[in-house]
Design a protein around this ligand. Structure first.
Ligand code: EPZ
Length: 421
């Protein structure tokens, strides 16, 4: 076990290079399973625990995987099992993409139900609805989803809720179905578009990703390909918010500014200067921050995954901010930790009412989930004195080299071994 020790109060200056998008990578890796010939070489894969977890699962299924720096080579022609039943499968969320990928290629899959961050009930009913519409039989037995089909046939699916996971999972299976599938009320997140682009590079015929309707004309085979994952919108947003909160001037590089619009707009509202360049954004902050209201929404709205870091920033903004979390019903567990540092926050259901304070003070706190962990680091960076962030294995699931990246910006942060979380 490890913890982060942060001596707060330093302004941040310099450049931070953003890695490949976690939530694209964790879908693209399982999608690579669908290649029945040729290898795939995927670049800009972030070096995070969730990716390592998926690589182990795919090796367990018989894939050959070689990792070199940020590039992963996958030979999925040697797969010899459709039964994903290891601890890794149960511990992470994105393992559910194995269902769509294995179903598409082999017309059967047995995948243990996924885990992931404790941010609310995380059903997969919309995934199942989509698989069944394509002709699959789905049962849940002994903690696993068992999905089989004689053949998959294109269908119309109208999702009851906008779901990133269901959109991608059903798109995976439909890519190798017979005929045309129309998916409506789909998620439009950049990672949904990235997975569609990856599948099209493998030979799929998918149009409309990034809009409300995706049209998929099934093909009989997908092949391995070369691909590069998009930059991580949420990692970039985390560093932007850290810069805004600490004060200073930070440029996030290797990003797609268009993907950052909802976050940039909110930071400008807070009183921060955001300068847009071709593939970077510069945040200039004098720490004179104004309270704002935030409502999380599916893309292109303000992302739920950046809500927790944003809540730390609003703890030190002048006035009362109100955050409404519309995606997950329990994504405010980090608030109790912020309160230990002097934050004044009241949570009522899916709403957090934040009365800004002049300063936070260092404390021993813990990361209750991945993005809560990012929020805790930002709190430690702005706080007076020393903060210890425990349970950082949550953070390592989704942020590559986080303390090194912050150190390069001038933060006083170090990783230390501990006996237990
Ligand atoms: C993805 O989770 C992300 N995870 C989450 O990021 C992110 O918070 C979420 O999308 C929303 O953007 C990955 O991509 C691996 P959803 P996912 O299906 O796909 C309800 C992070 O911090 N729903 O879009 O599991 C659900 O309860 C993680 O990186 C159903 O009702 O989320 C939620 O209220 C945390 N039935 C809403 O839809 C379903 O079948 C959105 O969930 C599926 C979802």
């Amino acid at each position: 076990m490890e913890k982060l020790v942060i001596n707060g109060g330093k302004r941040l200056f310099g450049k931070v290079e953003i890695s490949g998008a976690k939530n694209a990578a964790v879908a693209i890796l399982p999608a690579a399973i669908m290649a029945s010939s040729s290898i795939s070489v995927i670049d800009n894969i972030p070096d995070i625990e969730d990716v390592q977890c998926l690589e182990r699962i795919m090796e367990h299924l018989g894939c050959k995987i070689i990792r070199q720096a940020n590039s992963v080579t996958i030979d999925s022609t040697s797969i010899n099992s459709v039964n994903a039943n290891t601890d890794d499968v149960r511990n992470m969320r994105a393992s559910y993409y194995l269902i769509g990928a294995l179903l598409g290629r082999f017309k059967k899959a047995k995948v243990d139900l996924p885990g992931g961050c404790p941010i609310g009930v995380r059903p997969i009913d919309q995934h199942i609805k989509g698989f069944e519409a394509l002709g699959a039989k789905v049962t849940i037995e002994h903690g696993a989803a068992i999905v089989t089909a004689e053949k998959l046939v294109g269908a119309n699916v109208y999702f009851d809720v906008v779901s990133v996971g269901a959109t991608i999972n059903v798109m995976l299976a439909a890519a190798l179905a017979e005929g045309t599938t129309i998916l409506e009320n789909v998620a439009k997140e950049p990672h949904v578009v990235d997975v569609a682009n990856f599948l099209n590079t493998m030979g799929a015929n998918i149009k409309g990703a990034g809009t409300d309707i995706i049209r998929i004309v099934g093909v009989s085979e997908l092949k391995g390909c070369n691909y590069s994952v998009i930059p991580d919108q949420i990692e970039a947003g985390t560093y932007m918010i850290a810069a805004a909160a600490c004060g200073g001037e930070v440029t996030v590089t290797n990003i797609i500014p268009k993907h950052m619009e909802s976050i940039s707009a909110k930071l400008i509202e807070v009183g921060v200067e955001v300068v847009e360049n071709e593939d970077s954004l510069t945040i200039i902050s004098d720490r004179n921050l104004k309270a704002v209201n935030v409502k999380t929404l599916p893309y292109p709205g303000f992302p739920t995954d950046i809500q927790q870091p944003m809540s730390t920033l609003l703890c030190i903004a002048n006035g009362r901010s109100i955050i409404n979390e519309s995606i997950w019903e329990s994504r405010f567990k980090h608030v109790d930790e912020l309160k230990k540092m002097g934050a004044v926050v009241k949570v009522e259901g899916r709403t957090a009412i934040i009365d800004g304070v002049e300063k936070l003070t260092g404390a021993v706190i813990r990361a209750t989930d991945l993005r809560a962990g990012a929020a805790m680091i930002i709190a430690g960076l702005v706080a007076e004195g020393t903060t210890e962030v425990h349970c950082i294995e949550h953070i390592d699931r989704g942020y590559p080299n986080i303390e090194d990246k912050f150190k390069l910006l001038g933060a006083d942060i170090r990783r230390v071994k501990v006996e237990e979380c």
